[in-house]
Design a protein around this ligand. Structure first.
Ligand code: IMP
Ligand code: MG
Length: 183
């Protein structure tokens, strides 16, 4: 194995772990709807684009892929206020919508997206997030979850720190000194 980038502390989820779990999530989603239901998959930019690409290609139901973007607070820091930057391209009324997110931390982003899309009258609305930092007070439902992870800053598989490390095939913990010096 090649050596880890000096900003990274350790690998939390290997490429094999990730790919196996994405297969399971895609199978669970594919069997949870009627066979002729058409899914409307909404990936949240930027972080979810890699997860969504892998997940969507393994979902056996017919589906449409779309995206939303929300503002993130600062460069690498945790989110405060959530603002819609880019909306989906079609009305979602009457559609089976799944919000596909990379990570849930405080839950503010997902909760904002859930409320926003729920108010538009979809036939169903579910959420699928690849990783979730373990917390007691999450108020938004997570219907499909890849992994629970510890409360550390993670990068890779779509997740970044100031746009770095996003395309690593695994999820790694960023060394605390890297983000603590800038936040
Ligand atoms: P929230 O606190 O659940 O609203 O999470 C907000 C956003 O912060 C997520 O969608 C990510 O973009 C980002 N984020 C939170 N934790 C991490 C992390 O460990 N690595 C990379 N991005 C993160
Ligand atoms: Mg995100």
């Amino acid at each position: 194995m090649s050596t880890l980038h000096p900003e990274l502390a350790r690998i939390l989820l290997s490429e094999a772990d990730i790919q196996a779990r994405v297969n399971e999530l895609a199978a669970a989603i594919s069997s949870a709807y009627a066979p002729d239901d058409h899914l409307y998959l909404v990936g949240i930019l930027k972080g979810a684009f890699i997860f969504l690409a892998d997940l969507a290609r393994r979902i056996t139901l017919p589906h449409t892929v779309d995206f939303m973007a929300v503002s993130s607070y600062g460069k690498g820091a945790r989110s405060g206020e959530v603002r819609l930057v880019m909306d989906v391209r079609e009305p979602i009324e009457g559609k089976h919508v799944i919000i596909v997110e990379d990570i849930v931390d405080s839950g503010q982003t997902l909760s904002y997206l859930y409320k926003t899309l729920a108010s538009r009258g979809p036939a169903s609305l579910r959420t699928c997030t690849f990783v979730r930092k373990e917390r007691d007070n999450l108020e938004v439902p997570v219907h499909y979850l890849g992994f629970n992870i510890p409360d550390v800053w993670v990068v890779g598989y779509g997740l970044d720190y100031a746009d770095k490390h996003r395309t690593l095939p695994y999820i790694a913990e960023l060394k605390p000194e890297v983000y603590q010096q800038k936040v």
